[in-house]
Design a protein around this ligand. Structure first.
Ligand code: PEP
Ligand code: MG
Length: 768
């Protein structure tokens, strides 16, 4: 059975379109089950009717002609009950509905199973048999349920492919079909889709033999030629902007690509019977090891060039032609998995929207997008990415949905939202230099989270009072090796200088989980529970010490540095880290730098830390809650997984109770406590946190003006009452609605997501 299923899924996956996929399904299932009829009915979202899309056994002419209302007939019954229905004598069932066009009066037994994808009924798969004595047995029912569960994703994918091209299930024109994901960063963008692929990864290339050596040699030869041409073209384009010694780098690359250099060795390996990609991987890795072991710094650096060349060759081998991307003025970047480096490649000012198949609202790339103020939709799992290239796209980052090739009505609707947002943001500019204080004079510090230099510029213009979280991993992620101490010092100095004398809180490297460095891969079964944050850097003191040294040196003369430790789960991690920080502090002072010992704090983002607040606070100067991770660990919901995104709820009563406790315990030992997770940048969340007594709220720059205007308009007493009310509630959804209602009543309805769905608004507009 398993092998039938496997080959069925494979065949369906390689079908050219939805119709071919459905035809394959009905013919293979009919054969495998030895039945007379197998048919697929799909639910057409436009008409809300089940349409007979493919059949083996009923009259073919009925395909596309026969349809049933949502709850009509046995098909409708299977769909609305969302479970299989197995009948020995279908015509005697009160819900039986007969269609003469199909010729189904001949068949008596009926087994129908729903096709469900992410809780949505896509259609119904039916098998039928002539003799009434044949009731489908349990095994057959289980087989059909398995087939349907396996195929639901493929069907959803093919359906989406048609919809992107503006076609309904029946091949008619269909406009403004929305594709739903998870909101990543708020706002609306209207622009052109540019699909990008992750850079080729040599480390994951499998070792395989080849029995067509000539073909592999030819493929490899073509890749070398293409990469040579790429490099020559880039060298020519940049010739006028580079000094001669910089131009010489291109000559080094071209020499490395000479026949008797690396390509010659790869060709020899291919001749030994290894496929081109595997041979390339072996040779490149051998070169890298060789260069990295050299004492001479210049030669060590050549390992980076070799790795880069290896990647370029690999991407030509994998995709044939490497694509040269032309970024339009209004680029919406689309990818299976967006990375910070991809964002960095779009020319300045041209990136207006982001779409990612993988990831969820609290993935790090979504956080980065929020910091940059770029509307983003994550977790669009069923979207055929390639189809979006060059299409006009609307990205609705409030609702987490996108539209391809929109109608002019839909475009105008969204353009109006963009204009309204711009106006709102301009209106808030007057608050820039005003304090963040409630009407009854309770003061809260509003800080920003940064990672890139652009964040700093934006933060200053929004009136931030300091940096509450500088994610140092961001500059690490956009390089292809660890940045040197000097490079790090330059990055850190930029941040410290921009805000001096206000505090700048630098978090030590927090990699692992979904934050990967291409040059330091961590492969784990369960990365969020694995080697992350402080665990990695304490195991690699050479990384930690260099980083702290760079931070301390960068702070000379400014003295506004604070150091923060991520992912603390026990006291000894804090003690070990403090020991290393003191050591570096004394060494740097001995080297003659005039620096002060920075304040050191820990992040509270693991449930264990919630229960040791006093012990932790006794050892450090401040605490800061990482509510993104704390929420994921308290609720056991992967922050990066769109499948469980609806369970990730920062307003969950358990999360709120934990936040209350942290603030109380920290204050009971006299230590300040802030929060730097995304909840701080949510106007409703910020109100609750202020009421809990958090001393500072750190958020992305784009959220800051809204949060400030809300806090300045209410009294602390009012917010405390709201907090007390919601702490009595037991459902995250009810809590969220209650906070939203309070915001609306206080006049901040515009800060919430637009109330109506776009489709409703457009159809209303069309009717009026
Ligand atoms: C958090 O976990 O809330 C946090 C601020 O850290 P990060 O999102 O970078 O993991
Ligand atoms: Mg975290």
């Amino acid at each position: 059975m398993l092998s039938i299923l496997r080959s069925l899924v494979q065949e369906v996956n390689s079908a050219r379109d939805l119709q071919e996929a459905l035809d394959i399904i009905v013919s293979r299932v009919q054969k495998a089950m030895g039945t007379e009829v197998c048919s697929v009915y799909l639910l057409d979202p436009a008409s809300n009717r089940y349409i007979l899309m493919a059949t083996e056994g009923l009259y073919r002419k009925a395909v596309g002609q026969v349809s049933l209302a949502y709850s009509e007939g046995l098909v409708g019954l299977v769909g609305s009950r969302e479970e299989p229905i197995n009948l020995e004598d279908a015509p005697s069932h009160p819900r039986y509905r007969y269609f003469p066009e199909t010729g189904e009066e001949r068949f008596r037994s009926f087994l129908g199973v729903p096709i469900i994808h992410h809780r949505r009924v896509l259609g119904v798969l039916v098998v039928q048999q002539r003799e009434s004595s044949r009731c489908f047995d349990e095994g057959e029912e289980a087989f059909l349920v398995t087939v349907s569960a396996q195929l639901a994703g493929v069907i959803a994918h093919s359906e989406a492919t048609g919809a992107i091209s503006g076609l309904s299930l029946t091949g008619e024109e269909a406009h403004d079909v929305s594709f739903n994901g998870v909101p990543g960063a708020p706002g609306v963008a209207i622009g052109s889709g540019v699909v990008v692929y992750p850079s080729a990864d040599l480390d994951v290339v499998p070792e395989k033999p080849t029995d067509d050596i000539d073909q592999e040699l030819a493929l490899f030869g073509a890749s070398v030629k293409a990469v040579r041409e790429d490099i020559e073209r880039v060298a020519k384009r940049l010739a006028s902007q580079l000094r001669p010694e910089e131009q010489a780098l291109f000559d080094v690359y071209l020499r490395m690509l000479g026949d008797d250099a690396m390509p010659g060795e790869v060709a020899n390996k291919i001749r030994e019977g290894i496929w081109a990609q595997g041979a390339l991987k072996q040779v490149v890795q051998q070169y890298i090891r060789h260069f990295e072991m050299m004492d001479d710094h210049y030669l060590q650096e050549r390992a980076v060039d070799i790795r880069d060349l290896g990647r370029r060759l690999l991407s030509h081998l994998q995709e044939g032609e490497q694509k040269h991307l032309n970024y339009p003025e209004r680029t919406v970047l689309v990818s299976e998995e967006l990375t910070p480096a991809m964002l960095g490649e779009v020319p300045k000012g041209q990136l207006i929207g982001l779409v990612s198949v993988k990831g969820s609202s609290n993935s790090h790339v979504a956080i980065l997008a929020r910091a940059m103020g770029v509307p983003t939709v994550m977790g669009l799992v069923d979207i055929p990415v390639n189809q979006l290239d060059g299409k006009e796209l609307i990205v609705d980052g409030f609702e987490g949905q996108i539209f391809a090739s929109p109608s002019s009505d839909l475009r105008s609707y969204y353009q109006a939202i963009c204009d309204e947002e711009d106006e709102l943001i301009r209106g808030l500019e007057v608050l820039k230099d005003k304090p963040c204080e409630t009407t009854d004079h309770h003061r809260v510090s509003l800080l920003v989270n940064t990672g890139l230099m652009t964040d700093v510029v934006r933060s200053l213009s929004h009136g931030a009072e300091g940096i509450g979280l500088y994610r140092t991993e961001v500059p690490f992620m956009i390089k292809d090796r660890f940045p040197s101490e000097q490079e790090q010092r330059e990055y850190y100095r930029e941040q410290l200088e921009a805000f001096a004398p206000s505090p700048v809180t630098m978090r030590t490297l927090d990699i692992g989980g979904d934050k990967a460095l291409t040059y330091f891969p961590i492969k784990e079964e369960n990365p969020f529970l694995g080697w992350r944050g402080i665990r990695v850097t304490l195991d690699h003191p050479e990384i930690f010490l260099v980083q702290v040294r760079a931070m301390l040196k960068a702070s000379e003369g400014l003295n506004n540095l604070q150091i923060m430790l991520p992912m603390i789960s026990n006291i000894s991690e804090v003690e070990e880290s403090l020991h290393l920080i003191y050591r570096v502090y004394h060494e740097v002072r001995e080297e003659g730098y005039d620096i002060h010992m920075p304040k050191v704090g820990v992040m509270i983002e693991i449930p264990a830390a919630v229960y040791q607040i006093r012990e932790l606070a006794d050892r450090v100067d401040f605490l800061s809650v990482g509510s993104n991770d704390l929420t994921q660990y308290l609720l056991a919901v992967d922050r990066n997984n769109p499948r469980v995104a609806q369970l990730y709820h920062s307003y969950h009563p358990a999360v709120l109770q934990a936040l209350v406790r942290i603030a109380q315990d920290a204050h009971s030992v006299g230590k300040p406590v802030g929060i730097c997770g995304e909840l701080a940048g949510d106007p409703g969340g910020a109100l609750l946190l202020m009421a809990m007594g958090y001393d500072s709220l750190s958020m992305n720059a784009a959220s800051l003006p809204k949060v400030k205007s809300v806090i300045r308009s209410v009294s602390r007493e009012w917010a405390v009452q709201l907090l007390e009310d919601v702490l009595l509630l037991d459902s995250p959804h009810v809590i969220k609605s209650c906070v939203d209602l309070a915001l609306r009543n206080a006049g901040f309805g515009r800060y919430l997501r637009p109330g109506k769905s776009a489709a409703t608004a457009v159809s209303e507009a069309a009717v009026s």
